[in-house]
Design a protein around this ligand. Structure first.
Ligand code: NAD
Length: 490
C-alpha cells in the first residue's frame, strides 16, 4: 500500500495550493480528483468559465462602447451559443495545462477517481473502470468544493431548466431568462445575459440581496440594472417550476403569479460535495448542506490530522481565499511557520457592472459605533471615465473620524475588481486618507476616483483640530452629497 505525507481530495484552488505548499516543504503528496482533468469546479464549471463567458459577452456585444454619447454598437450580430463556447474551451485547456505543469514541477502526484475514507488514515480510490486502490496518509486536506443545490421540485433538464454547471456546459443565448436566487452566481449570470439584451427576470425570496455588500453600492447597482431593463423581484418566492407544452420554463410563485421564459437558471445556493466521501468512517461530520466545520486559524476539522479548505467550509467561498486556506492547512499540518493573515481581503463580484469591496461597510461601521465619514466619487467625474463614456460606476470610501484611517472601500463599475487592490493595500498598511490626497496618480485613470472620494470625505470632516492641508481644490468636480452627521448611529 502506498503511503503519503499528505493526501488532498480535490484539485481546485484550495487543493492545489495545499498540495504544492506541502511539496515545497519536501513532503510526499497525492492529489485525488474525480474529474478526468485537474482544476476542480473553479476551472471546469465555476470561476474560470463564468469570467470567460463574461469577457466574451462584453467583447462580442460591444458592451464597453455602449452609451458613449448615445452611440450604440454591436460588434457581432446574432450572437449564438457557439460564439460563447469558443473561448471557453481554449481558456479551460490552458488552465488545466498550467496546473498539470505546476504539479509535475513540484513532484505532486495525481490520481483520477472517487475518494472514500476507510478510516482517519486510509482512503480507498475507485477509478472510472471500478478498480480500487487503498492509500494511507499522515494528513489529509478535504478540498472537494460544492455542487449546485438541486431541490426535488425543480425539474432540471439542463437545457431549459439549468443550474450553473449545465449553463456553461453547453452555453446558449436564450430568448428570455429567469434567474432564481440573487446570490453571487445568480447575479453574475443575470447581468451577463442582460448585457446580451436578453430580457432577464431575477427572483429572490428575501427583501434584500448580497447583504455583505454596502447598501449604497447595491442601490447604485440595482438602479443600473433596472435602467437597462432587468426585472428584479425581491420578496418573491418560487413555489415550483414547470415546463409548458411549448417547452417554456414556467416559474410559479407562491402568490400564484407565473413567469414564463426560454431558460430558467436555478441558483439558490450550493451544497458541500461531501456526500460520497464516507466521512462517517473518519469521524468528520458535515452539516445539513454537506459543509464542514473547521478551526478558522488552522483549517483543522474535529479530526486533528484531517483539514478542510475552500468552498466546502462555506463563506466566503472565493477562489482567492480558498488558495490561502489550502496553503495555511499544509503549513500547519507540517509545523511550518505561518505568516500572519492580513486583516482584510477583497471580494469581487464579476457581474456587469463589477462590484468589489474591501474592509467595513457603512452598516458595519455603524453597528460597531465607530465615528466615521464617507467620501464618494462617480466614475463619470474622472476624465478617464468620461473618455470611456461611462454612465455609471461609483466608489465609496469610509474613513475613521478619529484616526483618518481608511476603514473600507466599495466600488461598483468598470474595473472594480482591479481597482480595489489600491484600497486593500492602503487598508492593510493602516494608512490614512492622506495617502490618496498626497500621492500622484496616473492621469487620466479611473484610479483617480480614490483621490476624488478621499477629498470628498476630507471636505466633510469637522475642522476642530488642524489636519493635513489640502493644497488646492482638485480640477475635477467633487461629488456633493447631502452633508451627513458622520457620527455612529446618526
Ligand atoms: N465572484 C465570486 O467571488 C463568486 C462567484 C460565484 C460564486 N461565489 C461564491 O459561491 C457561493 C455560492 O454562490 P450562490 O450564488 O450559489 O449561493 P448564495 O448562497 O450566495 O446565494 C443564493 C441565493 O439564493 C437565494 N435563495 C435561497 N433559497 C432560495 C429558494 N428556495 N428560492 C429562491 N432563492 C433562494 C438566497 O436568498 C441567496 O440570495 C457563494 O458563497 C458565493 O459567494 C463567488
Amino acid at each position: 500500500m502506498e503511503h503519503f505525507d499528505l493526501v488532498v481530495i480535490g484539485s481546485g484552488p484550495a487543493g492545489r495550493r495545499a498540495a504544492i505548499q506541502a511539496a515545497k516543504l519536501g513532503k510526499s503528496v497525492m492529489v485525488i480528483e474525480r474529474r478526468q482533468r485537474v482544476g476542480g469546479v473553479s476551472v471546469h464549471t465555476g470561476t474560470i468559465p463564468s469570467k470567460t463567458l463574461r469577457e466574451t459577452v462584453l467583447n462580442l456585444s460591444g458592451w464597453r462602447e455602449r452609451g458613449f454619447y448615445g452611440l450604440s454598437y454591436r460588434v457581432k450580430k446574432d450572437i449564438e451559443g457557439k460564439d460563447l463556447g469558443a473561448r471557453l474551451n481554449k481558456t479551460l485547456d490552458y488552465e488545466v495545462e498550467v496546473l498539470e505543469h505546476q504539479f509535475a514541477r513540484n513532484g505532486v502526484e495525481t490520481m483520477s477517481g472517487n475518494a472514500r475514507f476507510r478510516d482517519d488514515h486510509h482512503i480507498v480510490v475507485t477509478d472510472l473502470n471500478g478498480e480500487t486502490q487503498t492509500i494511507s496518509f499522515d494528513f489529509a486536506v478535504i478540498a472537494v468544493g460544492t455542487t449546485p443545490y438541486r431541490p426535488g421540485n425543480i425539474p432540471f433538464d439542463d437545457h431549459t431548466i439549468v443550474d450553473s454547471d449545465s449553463l456553461v456546459a453547453e452555453p446558449r443565448v436564450p430568448r428570455s431568462l429567469t434567474v432564481v436566487g440573487a446570490g453571487v452566481i445568480g447575479i453574475e449570470y443575470a447581468t451577463i445575459f442582460s448585457a446580451l439584451d436578453v430580457p432577464v427576470t431575477l427572483i429572490e425570496p428575501r427583501d434584500t440581496y448580497l447583504d455583505f455588500i454596502d447598501r449604497e453600492i447595491i442601490e447604485e447597482f440595482s438602479h443600473d440594472l433596472r435602467k437597462r431593463g432587468m426585472t428584479i423581484r425581491l420578496g418573491a418566492k418560487v413555489d415550483r417550476v414547470e415546463k409548458d407544452a411549448q417547452g417554456w420554463a414556467i416559474a410559479i410563485l407562491t402568490d400564484g403569479r407565473q413567469i414564463r421564459s426560454d431558460m430558467l437558471l436555478y441558483a439558490a445556493g450550493r451544497m458541500g460535495a461531501t456526500m460520497d466521501l464516507g466521512l462517517e468512517a473518519c469521524g468528520v461530520v458535515p452539516d445539513e448542506r454537506g459543509r464542514l466545520k473547521v478551526d478558522p486559524a488552522t483549517f483543522q476539522t474535529e479530526v486533528r490530522n484531517i483539514y478542510a479548505a475552500g468552498d466546502v467550509i462555506g463563506f466566503p467561498s472565493l477562489a482567492s481565499t480558498s488558495m490561502e486556506q489550502g496553503r495555511i492547512a499544509a503549513l500547519h499540518a507540517f509545523g511550518a511557520s505561518m505568516p500572519p493573515a492580513p486583516e482584510f481581503f477583497p471580494y469581487g463580484i464579476y457581474a456587469v457592472p463589477e462590484i468589489s469591496t474591501v474592509g467595513l461597510t457603512e452598516q458595519q461601521v455603524r453597528a460597531q459605533n465607530i465615528p466615521y465619514e464617507c467620501g464618494v466619487a462617480r466614475f463619470r467625474e474622472t476624465s478617464r471615465g468620461h473618455i470611456m463614456g461611462l454612465q455609471s460606476g461609483m466608489m465609496k470610501m469610509i474613513v475613521s473620524l478619529e484616526t483618518r484611517k481608511l476603514l473600507g472601500v466599495h466600488i461598483v463599475g468598470e474595473g472594480a475588481t482591479e481597482l480595489i487592490h489600491i484600497g486593500q493595500a492602503v487598508l492593510n498598511l493602516g494608512a490614512t486618507l492622506d495617502y490618496f490626497v498626497e500621492n500622484t496618480f496616473n492621469y487620466p485613470t479611473l484610479a483617480e476616483a480614490y483621490k476624488i472620494a478621499a477629498l470628498d470625505a476630507w471636505n466633510r470632516m469637522p475642522r476642530t483640530k488642524p489636519i493635513a492641508p489640502i493644497v488646492e481644490e482638485p480640477e475635477i468636480q467633487v461629488t456633493r452629497r447631502k452633508a451627513r452627521a458622520g457620527q455612529a448611529g446618526a
